[in-house]
Design a protein around this ligand. Structure first.
Ligand SMILES: [Zn+2]
Length: 277
């Protein structure tokens, strides 16, 4: 029993076919229920963490979706998170006329979601080394729209009284073709974050996965950042150089099953604390 990228890829196709999930839309509301049902079927006791926003004159109902799995060592908890909302605008699109329309977000957001749900399936039958808390964050990609920050849902979680993680690994844009992960300066800012980042890269390089090579340096503000502000070790695995980032071309055609496999297998090994071979 291990991470099966075919399951993750099927779910990516399914979620892509169900449409965009820009906060406040019908598809967004439906996706909360849909993703909750999947997570709850894999992690019984899954809960929603609701919150609301004022956006363009309307009250928008949002929710983080949280699932918990007990590990062999029940004294510490690793949070694996990804945003599930998709962006309202296509600010990087070449076609100026389409820049105000919502993007598909198949890599941007959805790729991390399907890796998490496949990990949740695997850990139905295998005990991870430590507790694992899966969180699908809402409202990450309202950032820089009407004055909103990025990572509203993750910020809401970090400031809530919910289970406090000892370590956070955020995922975003981890399913693109020809992916190369970034070295995020913020992820290296605490010794424990740096250690985790280096461990994940060691595992990935030992597997020979290409996304763990040719890595460019960036400073990323995303779902890991609110936890760093709370002095909780946190990192992000992301490829922000994805050419279709925040464009209408962020579709399944620009995603790769292999990329899902690379990240899924590395996280599975990390969570099992398997020897790095
Ligand atoms: Zn994103």
């Amino acid at each position: 029993m291990s991470f099966d990228e075919n399951n993750a890829w099927s779910l990516l196709r399914e979620l892509a076919s169900r449409g965009k999930r820009a906060p406040g839309t019908k598809e967004h509301r439906e996706s909360i229920q849909y993703l909750f049902r999947i997570m709850n079927s894999l992690c019984p006791g899954t809960w929603l963490q609701p919150f609301s926003l004022q956006f363009r004159g309307n009250r928008i109902e949002c929710a983080n979706i949280c699932g918990f799995i007990q590990g062999k060592d029940t004294t510490s908890t690793i949070l694996i998170g990804s945003h599930f909302d998709t962006r309202w605008i296509a600010d990087n699109d070449n076609d100026e006329a389409k820049r105000n329309l919502p993007i598909p977000g198949v890599n941007d957001g959805t790729s991390g979601v399907v890796i998490i749900l496949e990990l949740a399936r695997v850990f139905r039958n295998i005990l991870p080394a430590k507790n694992v808390l899966f969180v699908l964050f809402d409202a990450e990609d309202l950032g820089n729209i009407d004055g909103f920050d990025f990572s509203i849902g993750a910020d809401y979680y970090a400031k809530s009284g919910e289970i406090k993680p000892d370590l956070v690994i955020a995922l975003d844009m981890v399913g693109g073709k020809d992916m190369h992960l970034n070295i995020d300066v913020n992820s290296l800012s605490f010794p424990q974050s740096k250690k985790t980042f280096n461990t994940l890269f060691s595992i990935g390089r030992n597997f020979g996965y290409p996304c763990f090579y040719k890595n460019t340096i960036h400073m990323i503000i995303s779902d890991h950042y609110p936890f760093l502000q709370k002095e909780i070790p946190a990192i992000i695995l992301i490829d922000i150089d994805y050419p279709q980032w925040h464009t209408h071309a962020d579709t399944i055609d620009h995603c790769s099953k292999d990329s899902l496999k690379y990240i899924g297998n590395v996280l599975f090994s990390f969570l099992m604390e398997q020897e790095i071979v």
